[in-house]
Design a protein around this ligand. Structure first.
Ligand code: FAD
Length: 351
């Protein structure tokens, strides 16, 4: 039996390791892990290279190190198609592979909530590459600002708008605030003119978190100099400007209700990713075929009372464990359906 795992993020790595352990010594079972890069990236730390606190390399763990001695076959390539009925997938538009069981753990894509201009004019934090783009872009804006004569001219270049006060946006805003002085020193930009503005449509940042955690996060961000605009939906993003629904802007203009900024980042929400750009089901089991398992971490992250929230494992890993139970629990049901989605949240951690 060929079990192929697509994607070497938290979910895919967890699934492949658990499968290798489960089928150790079974010559009739071959497990492969397919990923576009030769490394696993520590996505939960990406706000740090994006702000310039660490190099991207520090967050890339070679897959060959993780899977040494496990018997898992590593295949590098970009999944460009999945042919459900033929039980095949395609890498890089040309290499065709067969599977008996397929685990789809390709991660997610940013959810822009249909806000006009957001996709075109913002940078998202999704991978080591995108984190590098953000870091370089902010540094280049600071360098531009350093050469300009007046506060007014410099302002757009030194304004960073973080769209969304969810977990990632909050982490990034805080991390960047810590880096401002160093970055300003290196680029010659005046640190006191730098503005980091977090805009959140909900009344509070960190929706879904417990009140004391939210209050602590607000205090910390404010102390670091981050401006918080809460309960303010973004209506649109234009090149260099964020338009807010209440007519205000990240820097209110004289009449336009628009704020100028050198950088908008969008870090709020995600949709499961699959080849072809489609929105995929967040359930463990695909409705199309019981041979395919979709592992996804797009359910809302929540804190568990009594646990240090920083150390909660990504949901995707728990989802991987639940998916594994389906894969190893025998042949597909005749109706082509798998077990209930709620297993995703009932898997305990640590096991
Ligand atoms: C800055 C930041 C901080 C976060 N902090 C936390 C946290 O503290 N706790 C928490 O629970 N969650 C956190 N999250 C969310 C968490 O990182 C995600 O939920 C998690 O990464 C999802 O894991 P995944 O395996 O489903 O997908 P990913 O980690 O996105 O992995 C997908 C993998 O598939 C590969 N891939 C994608 N497309 C293709 C293709 N076509 N062909 C081949 N390979 C492909 C990618 O390269 C990647 O290796 C954070 C996210 C960010 C961005």
């Amino acid at each position: 039996m060929k079990i192929r795992v697509l994607g070497a993020g938290y979910a895919g790595v967890r699934a492949a390791l658990d499968l290798a352990r489960r089928f150790r010594g079974r010559r009739d079972v071959r497990i492969s892990l397919i990923n576009q890069d030769g490394y696993h990236q520590l996505v939960t730390e990406l706000h740090r290279p994006a702000a310039g606190s660490v190099t991207g390399r520090a967050l890339a763990i070679p897959l060959r190190d993780i899977f040494a001695g496990t018997g898992v076959e590593l295949i590098r390539g970009t999944v460009t198609d999945i042919r459900w009925t033929a039980h095949q997938f395609v890498l890089d538009r040309e290499r065709v592979f067969r599977y008996d069981r397929l685990v789809v753990a390709l991660g997610s894509e940013p959810e822009y909530f249909s806000i006009p201009g957001m996709a075109e004019h913002s940078l998202t934090i999704r991978s080591l590459n995108s984190a590098g783009v953000i870091r370089r872009h902010i540094a280049s804006m600071f360098r531009e600002a350093a050469g300009l004569p007046s506060v007014r001219d410099r302002r757009p270049y030194l304004t960073v708008v973080v769209a969304g006060g969810g977990f990632t946006g909050v982490e990034f805003a805080g991390e960047l605030a810590d880096r401002v002085r160093g970055l300003a020193r290196r680029t010659g930009a005046p640190a006191r003119e730098v503005r980091i503005i977090t805009v959140e449509a909900a009344p509070d940042i960190l929706p879904g978190f417990d009140d004391p955690l939210v209050e602590a996060a607000v205090d910390t961000l404010v102390r670091k100099g981050v401006s918080l605009m809460m309960g303010v939906p973004i209506a649109a993003v234009e090149r260099g400007a964020v338009v807010l629904q209440d007519g205000r802007g990240s820097r209110p203009g004289p009449s336009s209700g628009r704020g100028e900024c050198g950088q908008t980042g969008w870090w709020n929400g995600a949709s499961p990713r699959g080849p072809g750009g489609g929105r995929w089901s967040t359930s463990i089991c695909s409705p199309w075929t019981a041979r395919m398992y979709t592992l996804s971490a797009t359910r809302r992250w929540r804190s568990i009372p009594g646990q240090d929230s920083r150390w909660l494992p990504p949901r995707s890993m728990r989802s991987a464990r639940a998916g594994l139970r389906h894969i190893t629990s025998g042949p597909p049901r005749p109706d082509g359906r798998c077990g209930p989605t709620r297993e995703q949240v009932s898997v305990s951690w640590p096991p």
